[in-house]
Ligand binder design. Structure first.
Ligand code: PXG
Length: 282
């Protein structure tokens, strides 16, 4: 079935779902987005995604012309119109259409887009065998410039990292911050397991406060069989970890078995990684 795309309260066939070339989302990357999953018609962590969307918008002083509950209803309606049970939902709010020039006052009204579709980030084989990573040269944005907490339409920092990873023969790459600490990957948060302790870098190093990241932390805290710590990590810590994995809405939980040519642990997806992945699936 052809997809129906929501734009400003109306549904359009995929081929006709178009926005103006004068939209500041296109002209300047001026806008915010979210990526959400639904499983069996239930939207996973919808409230958390809505909260993050409105927080991103607040920081860039973008007024979303829908109240949170109205936006939530529009998302559910878009899923229903598309008759999708398991899906990837992409929310985009741009500054809207306006004359040329950076000034956001040129745009009287924000544009709201909701796409409900499918997504496959990595081939199934990599979930079974684990991913190989490289460290990319492009550093994560410093919070004083463009705060990585904002899921903005300006994703060039991450895209440049992704290009480097792909050119280096890997599907993902680790991004460091300006001080050389491990932050996250280009589209996923990172975790290691060392001596039965789950460790992930704190948000203040410049990572996105991932919703899957939080879900995994909650699982670990409930499970009690594994300790949890937020701590700064270097590449040395990743090389010498017992296990490593990435989290993200699109990626879910994917094991990592190699970084920059060093085998992590025994080179196979770790047992705590698989435990957390199973619990996450539940
Ligand atoms: N870090 C970054 C930089 C991200 O962009 C995550 C971590 C994971 O966060 P969540 O909340 O999803 O657990 C992300 C996720 C897309 C798309 O096209 C979105 C992301 C990554 C890749 C693709 O919607 N964002």
């Amino acid at each position: 079935m052809g997809r129906k795309i929501y734009i400003d309260g109306k549904y359009y066939d995929k081929e006709d779902a178009k926005i103006s070339v004068f939209d500041h989302g296109l002209l300047y990357g001026d806008g915010v987005f979210e990526g959400i999953r639904s499983y069996n018609s239930l939207v996973f962590k919808l409230k958390e995604h809505i909260t993050r969307l409105y927080e991103s918008a607040k920081t860039i002083m973008l007024e979303i012309p829908l109240a949170k509950d109205e936006f939530t209803k529009a998302i559910i309606a878009t899923l229903k119109v598309n008759k999708l049970k398991d899906s990837y939902i992409r929310l985009i709010v741009t500054r809207g259409k306006g004359d040329l020039g950076l000034d956001p006052r040129k745009c009287p009204k924000a544009t709201i887009i909701i796409i409900a579709d499918k997504i496959t980030l990595y081939p199934e084989k990599l979930y079974k065998e684990g991913l190989e990573l490289i460290t990319v040269a492009t550093r994560r944005n410093i919070p004083e410039a463009l705060n990585p907490q904002i899921k903005s339409l300006n994703y060039l920092n991450n895209i440049m990292g992704k290009i480097e990873a792909i050119r280096g023969g890997c599907e993902e790459g680790i991004m460091l911050n300006h001080a050389g600490y491990v932050v996250e990957c280009t589209g996923d948060n990172i975790f290691i397991v060392k001596n039965n302790t789950l460790i992930t870098p704190p948000i203040y190093v410049g990572a996105l406060a991932g919703i899957t990241r939080n879900a995994v932390i909650d699982i670990a805290k409930c499970a009690k069989s594994i300790a949890f710590l937020e701590d700064v990590l270097t590449r040395h810590d990743i090389f010498n970890a017992d296990e490593c994995f990435l989290t993200g809405t699109a990626a879910e939980i994917i094991p990592v078995v190699k970084l920059d040519g060093r085998v992590i642990g025994n080179g196979k997806p770790g047992k705590r990684t698989l435990f957390l992945r199973n619990e996450f699936k539940k």
